[in-house]
Design a binder for this molecule. Structure first.
Ligand SMILES: Cc1ncc(C[n+]2csc(CCOP(=O)(O)OP(=O)(O)O)c2C)c(N)n1
Ligand code: SF4
Ligand SMILES: [Mg+2]
Length: 319
């Protein structure tokens, strides 16, 4: 692990080094590496408090070999907005720009990382403000469906029926009652040019999406599924299978919205029942008891409705 954040070469290993403290099998570092690899220009990163930030910035060490600012849980979008606005302002000062002792890259890029808690819930107003003001930045939500850094509390991204530390399953509860928020619809309502959903199931798809996103001026948003072995309770060697089942059950559809046009980037050859995905994770184990089995049907119905809606939008916007 590095103790200085100075190197800015376009090498994902150089930009984000190993030696961080994520749990074995945590896909969050893979997401960071893929995102930074896809961006060729110099980049400034801000990350909200959460597992990613906590495990990669243990003083006096850091995994980040790019300029990095730690933000509070609730305001990473405000932080990145301020950085981007300051950069634009500096570029507009001819005296400063002509001073040979002052160096400023002409093509700086700005990336915010936030967990689902920091994005769907507590940072939503800060995200909405930055999207509405039109700052030129990419927001990556690494989505592990809960507040993992503080012990796995439910978030607005947690799937219905999941047993979490704030919605424990038991004789009086089947776990989380509500269905998860459709964040992409909320982000889309801001009218931004590019937003997408991706996962560590296909890192090349994520890389392509980041490259495409960076061709647009203004805000860009990508929601990336980041299965958490520790709190979802599955052995790390099942990560590949979990990732595959997330997309083949359509639990996590892979798509993008470019200037209002929907494109579905992955269609399973055969749609798998959601049970197959749920049964590998102990957070859903209680749902397989007879009294809670109806919840699995509700989860399946919700997936089917969302998929139908997505397909209709893809058909209607591609005419
Ligand atoms: C205002 C505020 N409330 C609560 C916390 C405690 N806290 C730190 S990280 C975190 C959970 C973060 O969840 P998420 O954004 O999903 O990231 P993850 O840890 O799951 O990667 C919480 C509750 C905090 N830092 N600040
Ligand atoms: S608790 Fe989950 S999200 Fe956090 S570092 Fe461990 S595996 Fe990753
Ligand atoms: Mg989370």
């Amino acid at each position: 692990m590095n103790t200085q954040a100075t190197n800015n070469k376009n090498d994902s290993k150089t930009k984000f080094s190993s030696g961080h403290r994520t749990c074995a099998g945590c896909p969050a570092p893979l997401i960071v590496r893929t995102v930074l690899k896809a961006i060729e220009d110099p980049v400034i990163v801000s990350a909200a408090t959460g597992c990613l930030e906590v495990t990669t910035t243990i003083y006096p060490q850091t995994s980040w070999n790019v300029p990095f600012i730690h933000s509070a849980f609730e305001n990473v979008s405000a932080t990145i907005s301020g950085i981007e606005a300051a950069y634009k302002n500096l570029k507009q000062r001819p005296q400063l720009m002509q001073n040979k002792n002052f160096k400023l890259s002409k093509s700086m890029k700005f990336v915010a990382f936030g967990g689902d808690g920091g994005t769907y819930d507590i940072g939503l107003q800060s995200l909405s403000g930055a999207l509405e003001r039109g700052h030129d930045f990419l927001y990556i939500c690494y989505n592990n469906e809960g507040y993992m850094n503080t012990g796995g509390q439910r978030s607005g991204a947690t799937t219905q029926g999941a047993s979490t530390s704030t919605t424990p399953s038991g004789s009086k509860s089947f776990g989380k009652i509500q269905v998860k928020k459709n964040l992409l619809e909320i982000v889309e309502a801001h009218g931004i040019a590019y937003l997408a959903q991706a996962s560590t199931f296909n890192l090349m798809d994520l890389e392509k999406k980041v490259k495409k996103a960076m061709t647009f001026k203004g805000p860009k948003f990508i929601n990336v599924l980041s299965p958490c072995p520790t709190v979802w309770k599955f052995p790390p060697n099942l990560l590949r299978q979990i990732n595959l089942l997330a997309v083949d059950t359509l639990f996590w559809p892979i798509y993008e919205i470019e200037n209002g046009v929907y494109n579905i980037n992955y269609r399973p050859k055969e749609k798998v029942p959601v049970e197959e995905f749920l049964k590998l994770q102990k957070r859903f184990r209680h749902l397989f008891k007879d009294e809670d089995k109806t919840v699995i049907n509700q989860i399946q119905n919700h997936i089917d409705e969302q998929w139908q809606k997505l397909q209709t939008r893809a058909e209607n916007t591609n005419k």
